[in-house]
Design a protein around this ligand. Structure first.
Ligand code: ZN
Length: 287
């Protein structure tokens, strides 16, 4: 069932668990995540970056594929299709194409311009029942080619953006995209607690969920994080399983070169990763 991310995140915040956002790259990725959500009776958010959207022939192709797949696989758990780190123009295009949720990442703008543009996206999106995520302060690591440096958001700016009426708020608390360096300082829970205190019931979003230790994830959820983005971890699992298949020479045995066989171990690896995350986040049986 395609829905916005609003209700599932309000429920998650109240129930002290988090809904996973898993980014998709193609049909196999999407099918693996949808099936795992249904099998675990978990709500789910499918993340689509602007780059992945282009790769998959545009937002309309993605939205139509997800809708058709929900129907043909008989998916009854709540599913949101969410634009990840959308630009101002990208957010408008995703809304037009049938996404049920968008992130407008105005973190590159000065706070006044970020506020103006966020307000406009909220007004267009909410008119169509679409949820909106905003970001305060840049999140470290690589965001579609933009390298940031493990920043920590200002809790007062978070309150300012939250009060505009966004449905979920991403704030940097020392988290970064991609693989974490060996000397990573960990999440800043003091700042997270201050943000939660200032923004109240607002569901908070933790980007860069790959490689954050389980105890830190659980503590972040206890301090108001209700959505956790996982992208790199599924990519690593897929690549690892595919490499093993080829290194074992399985593509040279019989019809092992058939893409439906060649991609199967990677598909199963995505399913296992998503299931593990849903268990850690506490979203199993919360559909
Ligand atoms: Zn992100």
């Amino acid at each position: 069932m395609l829905v916005s991310a609003k209700e599932m995140l309000v429920k998650a915040k109240a129930g002290k668990y988090a809904v996973g956002q898993f980014n998709i790259n193609n049909l196999e990725w999407t099918k693996a995540i949808l099936q795992t959500s249904q099998e675990n009776n978990s709500p789910v958010i499918l993340g689509v970056s602007e780059g992945a959207g282009k790769y998959m022939c545009g937002f309309k192709t993605v939205a139509d594929m997800v809708k058709a797949m929900i129907d043909s696989l008989g998916i009854t758990v709540p599913v949101a299709i969410h634009l990840d780190h959308g630009s101002y123009e990208g957010a408008k295009k995703a809304i037009e194409a049938g996404f049920s949720s968008v992130m407008f990442d105005g973190s590159k703008y000065a706070i006044d311009e970020n506020i103006e543009k966020t307000k406009e996206i909220i007004s267009i999106a909410h008119g169509k029942g679409i949820s909106v995520e905003a970001e305060v302060g840049a999140i470290g690591g690589e965001e579609d080619g933009v390298i940031g440096g493990g920043e920590v958001a200002d809790p007062d700016e978070c309150k300012l953006i939250a009060d505009l009426g966004v449905d979920m708020l991403a704030a940097g608390i020392g988290n970064i995209h991609g693989k974490y360096p060996a000397n990573w300082a960990g999440l800043n829970f003091d700042v997270l607690a201050q943000i939660q205190e200032k923004t109240g019931i607002m569901p908070l979003v933790l980007h860069g969920g790959t490689g954050i230790p389980a105890d830190m994830i659980k503590k972040a959820i206890s301090l108001g994080v209700s959505k956790i983005n996982v992208n790199t971890e599924c990519q690593l699992a897929f690549a690892d399983a595919t490499r093993k298949y080829i290194e074992a020479g399985k593509d040279l045995e019989g019809k092992g070169f058939d893409p439906r066989k060649l991609l199967a171990p990677g598909f199963e690896a995505i399913k296992a990763t998503v299931k593990e995350k849903m268990e850690l986040f506490g979203s199993v049986d919360k559909a």
